[in-house]
Design a protein around this ligand. Structure first.
Ligand code: SAM
Length: 478
């Protein structure tokens, strides 16, 4: 595929000044031939992981190849029609550009530098929609750590919450706040990811039409906005905490310029990732003058990406001084809730919605609910209707369920049926489904060992409990 959109002279000059002439020439030289780039996905370790993908590689046109810097990342032989793969809807993998799978490298470097054990961390992904970094971070965090996945644009925060629900993690709060709103969470987070809105030069090969939107004025505007975001969120980082700043662009105004600002104006200390830059198994990743890492297409197998890790000095104390006020435990209203192990979750009724919070994080999540504009938190487990509980679609997708499915330990009273691809697609299109021989009542549908959703079996037909907004709208006929 050829892009056939020429790169502006001013862009090329700025790229040369930012990444050097050699890297710039390489990018410009192959930009037109490599338009579209390679498609990659990251498997969900809680839902079959790499094994499930590798066993089903025919879905992706043949053998998968590992992304060198991400243990669950894979390049696909061909881009399939993801909409027609039930595993995609079940959250068994996330379609993510390879270079932006750097979160694992950043998290490992932080854990090594800080010598933290991986549990009990508070992590913020500030610019999180549609959820690539957040779902990745959730796969890297321990059970007792909590992620706040935030997106300032409301419509995008809804998409984010949906992608997080499909991924299935329960140690996460999705919020819809401006970076300024985090002032009330001063020194609260151990790690903050700022995957900033940027001029997107690194995605020119994948989205050639965006070249026409490039201008020097927009680069300057993006750089100033990123600086404001960094300034607003810096006070929320605990002393001794780490901030990962990233963009998918090349120019030094948005990348090293803002890294320099963090170092010189905010007192941040750059953190290295040993052995990551230079010629290596990863390709050739450039180290920028202030200690950031630059991915240049042609030098790595991926699109353009910049990231840097900085640390906040511990001069104000070794640890976050933030204290979570005690909260009242939830009432025993839901003592008979049949769908999740009561000893592991705290349940709460919000309107008619039953929310489940992992016990060790329930207090913290409730506290955050008082501070942020919440889009979703914990697991939406069921809807109460009179004395009945209707299982929520998100429960089927939750990691609590995927674990119980893989161990064959579903709670008593939950009946499950493994469905074919055709039936899975019918369910996802909200078409009528018949499950001969299945018991009546609520049935969990499982596809290739992964929870897909619930139906209520009425014998000769089923009521489909998939939310209307999640249904496949295209024709599912092969
Ligand atoms: N981290 C995401 C992922 O991996 O899927 C991609 C994030 S995208 C590069 C940047 C995000 O920043 C967008 O979702 C955008 O809506 C959001 N954004 C735009 N303006 C912002 C602002 N002023 N403050 C914070 N976030 C902003």
């Amino acid at each position: 595929m050829s892009a056939n959109i020429s790169l502006p002279e001013e862009f090329i000059k700025l790229m040369e000044a930012s990444v050097g002439k050699e890297a710039s020439d390489l990018f410009v030289g192959q930009y037109n031939d490599a338009a579209g780039g390679v498609t990659s996905v990251r498997s969900n370790p809680k839902k079959g992981g790499d094994t499930l993908l590798l066993e089903n590689d025919e879905l992706f046109g043949g053998p998968l190849r590992r992304v060198a810097w991400c243990s669950n990342g894979h390049y696909l032989a061909q881009r399939p029609l993801f909409t027609l793969d039930p595993l995609f809807h079940a959250g068994a993998y996330y379609v993510q550009e390879a270079s932006s799978m750097f979160s694992e490298v950043a998290m490992k470097a932080i854990m090594e530098d800080a010598a933290w054990d991986e549990d009990k961390l508070r992590v913020l992904d500030l610019c999180a929609a549609p959820g690539g970094k957040s779902t990745h971070i959730l796969s890297l965090l321990g059970e007792n750590s909590l992620l706040v996945s935030n997106e300032v644009i409301k419509s995008r925060s809804v998409v984010l919450a949906d992608n997080i629900a499909k991924w299935g993690s329960h140690n996460v709060v999705v919020s819809n706040n401006d970076p300024r709103d985090f002032k009330s969470l001063s020194e609260y987070f151990n790690i903050i990811f700022v995957d900033a809105p940027c001029s997107g030069e690194g995605m020119f090969r994948k989205e050639p039409e965006t070249v026409n939107e490039w201008s020097m004025a927009n680069v300057e505007l993006c750089a100033a906005r990123q600086r404001r975001i960094l300034q607003d969120i810096w006070p929320s980082l605990a002393p001794g905490g780490y901030l990962v700043y990233s963009t998918c662009t090349f120019n030094h105004f948005e990348n090293d310029g803002n890294l320099e600002f963090l170092i010189n104006e905010m007192g941040a200390e750059p953190v290295d990732v040993a052995g990551f830059a230079g010629n290596s198994e990863y390709g050739n990743i450039l180290k920028t003058s202030h200690g950031g890492f630059q991915f240049v297409p042609g030098m790595v197998e991926g699109e353009g990406q910049f990231f840097a890790i900085v640390k906040k000095s511990t001069l104000c104390g070794e640890k976050s001084r933030f204290r979570i006020p005690g909260m009242k435990p939830s009432g025993n209203l839901l003592k008979k809730f049949p769908y999740l192990p009561l000893q592991e979750y705290d349940f709460e009724l919000k309107g008619d919605m039953v929310k489940a919070y992992p016990k060790g994080l329930a207090n913290e999540i409730r506290f955050l609910e008082t501070k942020l504009k919440i889009v979703s938190s914990g697991v939406a487990a069921a809807i109460q209707k009179g004395r009945d509980f209707i299982p929520h679609a998100d429960l089927a997708l939750s990691e609590a369920f995927s674990e119980m499915i893989s161990q064959g330990k579903l709670p008593e009273g939950i009946n499950a049926v493994e469905v074919s691809r055709d039936d899975a697609l019918k369910f996802l299109a909200k078409e009528p489904l018949v499950l001969p021989g299945a018991p009546s009542g609520y049935i969990l549908l499982i596809y290739k060992g992964v929870g897909l959703g619930f139906v209520k079996n009425l014998g000769n037909r089923t009521n489909n409990l998939l939310p209307m907004a999640r249904r496949i709208r295209m024709s599912i006929a092969k």
